[in-house]
Design a protein around this ligand. Structure first.
Ligand code: ADP
Ligand code: ZN
Length: 641
């Protein structure tokens, strides 16, 4: 669409020269031109959509310093390093700095020696910061992670509320607010709270087609996870989310015991450990981070190949944000969630126990209901997800329900049996029981507890022997999702809802999803879909794999030497293209996406040397390669001082 565009704008030249990319993606060009011209913008774009360029390029094209407000203090150093590697003059001001370092950055800002300045929102509360900004020339304000201003969402930060004042204080400076999470409600709230109603709103499609969404019944979650990693993501970087700190620790230990490089991350670890683990995850290849949701916002590691949830997320917004951390580089990635009845019990209880008023609890309940509906849908997961964000979609062919369509079955009678058991326990016996006991009664199991409570004398005892435990659990989960039954209290007592009567009275049919056989197999394919197996590195012609590995080894050593994440040097996608096309001159190399002016000057010759040291056509098995004593005389990076 943009190819052959005769206008060679400053924005486009910057895109090519600094970032090494040929063309804009999606609405980037429009957004950038709007902001370059001084307009305000609210940008809703999924993770990996390319939001950063939407303020970085205008900051480079416009006079003055682009001020980026970001809550992600721990990541500012990496963001600045990434820009520096591109030849952009960037700095940050936050609480992690010493006074000298801060003075240096402030001096550079005032002297006009910066293109971009990153600021934590709480800094704006300080008069000194405001005065500093007043004395410099500001090209724009970028408000990153703008959903933090919204209370409806899941990441509210009080400091963000002050950002509404930017406009009053600096009326001439354009503002661009960006977020990857926005239901229509959050969108509205952001616009209102940041005074961006008059701004132009750019709403991209939230689809992430390269991510395969899969949701499976939880059986033995750690084992299921291990199976997923071993069968589809061996050696890949990934994030595993758990609800509690304890399960983070246990899961990380379990993975390590099974030979996987895994690290824990949660708010209970001391800051130094957290930082060290995050740094390893970002810098090393193939680390699995096991974390609570405290981890991940702003993590822009492009090659996270899978995001796994071992517990049910609290909202679809949170889930989408978390899974969105997979595959920012556009390559195939997996979002995998295991969920079970116990998750629902636990979360209902957390909601019941939560502080805050009834409206707050209702809001949490609505979030949970939407999440359950997603888990139990018989439709395409992606269609359902996009619908949640107010966008239409077509069945995607890249989610579990598309790949292995679940059969649906008429579960009316099963539902009646279950609801009637719940009714009898509550009304005939005045007793409270959870799913386990109800299933034992339905299946006619004479367990100690069944005998103790005389439940074998109930008229419903044994009426559900036609379904096994897993099938009954699935029925209960789906009735929960359809709000035909609910759970309450510490032990997850099953209780009827207002709508249960319609089913019991035969006035409502209940259609249920039958779990695809594969997902229900005992210990079998826990991944829930066999067709999806990813052929390791994508798009590499025969023989190019060793070259790619060679380039990766070069990149790893270079990154280590400079103390920056490997992707700051080059992304996988760029190395892959280099390996596939084997450029032999700097000019050829510069045509590759992701090779801008600065990186060409800095690394171009090293890349060519690396390539020349190994002829791709006489490929060797990768084990023999990276820097054994054989194929090269000297790896180029070792010559560097
Ligand atoms: P977001 O902040 O929206 O999650 P990023 O700005 O980090 O996304 O961009 C995601 C990835 O896409 C990055 O690796 C970035 O370098 C790359 N990218 C962004 N825009 C382009 C483009 N026009 N051409 C090629 N790659 C791009
Ligand atoms: Zn689908």
């Amino acid at each position: 669409m943009l190819e052959g565009d005769p206008r060679d704008s400053d924005a486009r030249r910057t895109l090519q020269r600094v970032f090494g990319y040929d063309s804009f993606r999606g609405e980037q060009q429009e957004i950038i031109e709007h902001v370059v011209a001084g307009g305000d913008a609210l940008v809703l774009m999924p993770t990996g959509g390319g939001k950063s360029l939407c303020y970085q390029i205008p900051a480079l094209v416009r006079e003055g310093v682009g001020v980026v407000i970001s809550p992600l203090i721990a990541l500012m150093q990496d963001q600045v390093d990434a820009l520096t590697a591109l030849g952009v003059r960037a700095g940050f001001l936050n609480s992690t700095q010493g006074i000298e370092e801060r003075r240096r950055v402030e001096g550079a800002f005032l002297a006009g020696e910066l293109d971009m300045l990153y600021l934590a929102p709480e800094r704006l509360r300080l008069d000194a910061t405001v005065r500093l900004l007043d004395r410099g020339a500001i090209s724009l304000f970028a408000i990153d992670e703008a959903h933090c201003v919204a209370q409806w969402g899941h990441d509210f930060r009080p400091d963000y509320l002050m950002l509404s004042e930017l406009h009053e204080r600096w009326p001439k400076v354009p503002r661009v607010a960006l977020t990857a999470t926005a239901t229509p409600a959050t969108h509205e709230e952001i616009a209102a709270r940041l005074n961006l109603e008059q701004a132009r709103h750019f709403v991209a499609s939230f689809d992430r087609p390269n991510i395969q969404y899969r949701i499976v019944p939880k059986q033995d979650p750690k084992k299921q996870l291990l199976q997923l990693v071993n069968s589809e993501h061996a050696g890949d970087a990934g994030i595993v989310y758990c609800l509690s700190r304890a399960s983070v620790e246990k899961t990380a230990e379990f993975l390590v015991a099974n030979g996987i490089t895994a690290l824990p991350y949660h708010a209970g670890l001391d800051a130094r450990t957290r930082e060290a683990n995050q740094a390893r995850f970002l810098r090393e290849d193939g680390v699995v981070m096991v974390a609570t949701i405290a981890f991940g916002m702003g993590i822009d590691k492009p090659d996270v190949r899978f995001v796994a949830h071992l517990d049910l997320p609290k909202s679809v917004e949170g889930y989408y944000q978390e899974t969105g951390r997979a595959g920012r580089d556009g390559l195939p990635s997996t979002a995998w969630l295991a969920y079970g009845l116990q998750d629902v019990v636990q979360q209902r209880k957390m909601i019941d126990d939560s502080e805050g008023d009834a409206a707050h609890r209702r809001r949490l309940g609505a979030h949970l209901d939407a999440m359950l509906a997603l888990c139990e849908t018989v439709e395409c997961r992606r269609v359902q997800l996009l619908a949640y964000f107010g966008q239409a979609g077509k069945p995607c062919g890249n989610c579990d329900t598309c790949l292995t369509p679940p059969a649906s079955w008429d579960g009316t009678v099963a539902a009646q049996k279950l609801l009637s058991t719940v009714w009898r326990l509550a009304n005939e016996r005045r007793q409270k029981f959870g799913a386990g006991q109800v299933i034992d009664i339905l299946r006619g199991k004479k367990t100690a507890k069944v005998i103790q409570f005389d439940h074998d004398t109930l008229s419903v005892f044994g009426v559900g022997a036609d379904l096994d435990d897993n099938a009954w659990r699935s029925v209960i989960r789906q009735l929960l999702a359809q709000r035909l039954v609910s759970v309450e209290g510490d032990y997850g007592t099953l209780v009827l809802t207002d709508e249960s009567g319609e089913v019991l009275g035969g006035r409502r049919q209940v259609m249920l999803r039958r779990e695809p056989e594969r997902a229900r197999a005992k210990s079998g394919d826990a991944s829930g879909s066999g067709k999806s197996r990813r052929a390791a590195p994508v798009d590499l012609p025969e023989g190019a794999l060793p070259v790619f590995e060679l380039l990766r080894a070069w990149r790893g050593a270079t990154a280590k030497e400079q103390g920056v994440p490997a992707y700051v040097i080059f992304h996988d996608a760029t190395l892959r293209e280099i390996a596939a096309t084997a450029p032999s001159t700097l000019a050829e190399l510069s045509a590759i996406s992701g090779v801008g002016e600065n990186k060409l000057a800095k690394y171009g010759q090293q890349i060519l040397d690396t390539l020349a040291g190994k002829d791709p056509s006489d490929a060797q098995p990768p084990e023999d390669l990276p820097f054994g004593d054989e194929p090269f005389d000297e790896p180029p990076f070792e010559d560097e001082p």
